[in-house]
Design a protein around this ligand. Structure first.
Ligand SMILES: [Zn+2]
Length: 159
């Protein structure tokens, strides 16, 4: 009996997997997305113990394990902490649609926050992007707001 395998072609199984779903973003998540949708501004939450400000707001401070309830306003500007310009196409998990390439994904520290917020930076020429640059959020038009992360179209580099 031979153990040799001879496959002349790779086979694939093609199928469509429709999977509509939704989930609760929670109390703090609702405050966060409603502030963006209705007032076009960011909010975070401050820890009463260590003073860390998190955006998006979360229920518990990781280092302190304190419950967080103090919602604080933030600006729509921040600083690039890291970035990556993506040239490989894949489905955007937020939309289920392939994002046109290239695009730049950035880690941004919003002014007044202590953690890092990630979103698209509206620049794909890596020679024009540097860590430490200032960015500003660009929101959808008011009539297009839906109360989700896509309400922020991207961040523009402002300096
Ligand atoms: Zn804390």
């Amino acid at each position: 009996m031979s153990t040799e395998r001879n496959y002349d072609e790779q086979l694939t199984v093609k199928f469509t997997y429709p999977m509509p779903y939704r989930w609760s973003v929670g109390e703090h998540g609702s405050v966060f997305f409603n502030e963006i949708k209705k007032n076009r501004r960011f909010v975070g939450v401050r820890c009463p113990s260590c003073g860390m400000v998190y955006v998006p707001p979360r229920r518990v401070c990781g280092p302190c394990f304190r419950e967080l309830d103090e919602i604080v306003p933030l600006t729509d500007e921040g600083t690039i902490v890291a970035f990556s310009t993506v040239n490989y196409p894949f489905l955007d998990p937020a939309t289920g649609v392939q994002r046109p390439i290239p695009y730049t994904y950035g880690y941004i520290r919003l002014d007044g926050a202590d953690n890092i917020f990630s979103h698209i930076i509206n620049e794909t020429d890596v020679s024009k992007i540097q860590v430490g640059m200032k960015v500003k959020a660009v929101f959808r038009e008011p009539e297009q707001m839906q109360g989700n992360i896509q309400d922020i179209k991207h961040f523009d580099i402002i300096g």
